[in-house]
Design a protein around this ligand. Structure first.
Ligand code: CA
Length: 227
């Protein structure tokens, strides 16, 4: 498969040369971010899994990495607006209410000793997002490469149970009056869709060598998926 990029507003002259014999299928595709996982859970902010310094730590979601595409990935975590200092942000009071800071971490876990529990030395931090806000976002440029790096760092050899863990640490003040809130986790992955901007002949008969000039049809309003 040939991936040919026709960037937003870019005019580029390309020629596809195919060498070999027989009929070759050609397909013009472009990248799109699509939701591959959407997950909601009830989080009780009054009972953190652990504490770390001023932070209360919660495990929000556990994801099997094999269920995700191993290319670019975006993981977002959203809590209700009220969780983060609602009064202060609305300027309706000088009193602080709710949390002030949050850190979302995307961790790789490998059960190295096979006991089914998360132990010290079994976690690798893929990325973190730190904000004074109720929404967090982590982007990975290539999940497959990040997983390989994490496995090498932890010394994973052979088949072990593994998972991606969405962990949240909150600090500042205290849980809201009603501590049970809905946490929403969404994972976007990259997929290749048929291009509407680039046209190629469906198939090409090659006898030694053939070339095909693709025709570029600029869309009326150009937008490029970004990650
Ligand atoms: Ca273990």
């Amino acid at each position: 498969m040939i991936h040919l990029w026709a960037g937003a507003g870019a005019r580029t002259s390309v020629e596809i040369v195919v060498e070999g014999d027989g009929v070759v299928g050609l397909r013009a595709v472009e990248p799109r971010l699509e939701t591959v996982l959407s997950y909601r859970s009830q989080l009780d902010l009054s009972t953190p899994a652990s504490t770390s310094g001023a932070y209360s730590v919660f495990d929000v979601a556990t994801i099997d990495p094999e269920t995700l595409p191993h290319g670019p990935l975006e993981v977002s975590l959203t809590l209700p607006y009220e969780v983060f200092d609602r009064l202060g942000r609305e300027r309706s009071s000088t009193a602080w209410e709710g949390y002030q800071y949050g850190v979302m971490a995307l961790l790789y876990w490998a059960d190295l000793d096979g006991d089914g529990l998360g132990d010290g030395g079994e976690y690798y931090v893929l990325s973190v997002d730190e904000r004074a806000a109720n929404a967090f976002r982590i982007q990975l440029s290539n999940l497959g490469e990040d997983l390989a790096e994490a496995r090498a760092a932890l010394g994973v050899a052979g088949e072990v149970e593994e998972a991606l863990l969405v962990r949240l640490a909150l600090a500042g003040l205290s849980p809201p009056q009603n501590p049970v809130v809905e946490a929403s986790v969404e994972v976007l992955g990259l997929s290749w869709r048929e291009s509407g901007a680039l046209m190629l002949p469906e198939d090409l008969t090659v006898d030694g060598r053939a070339w095909s000039p693709p025709r570029y049809r600029p869309p009326p309003r150009v937008s490029t998926p970004a990650i």
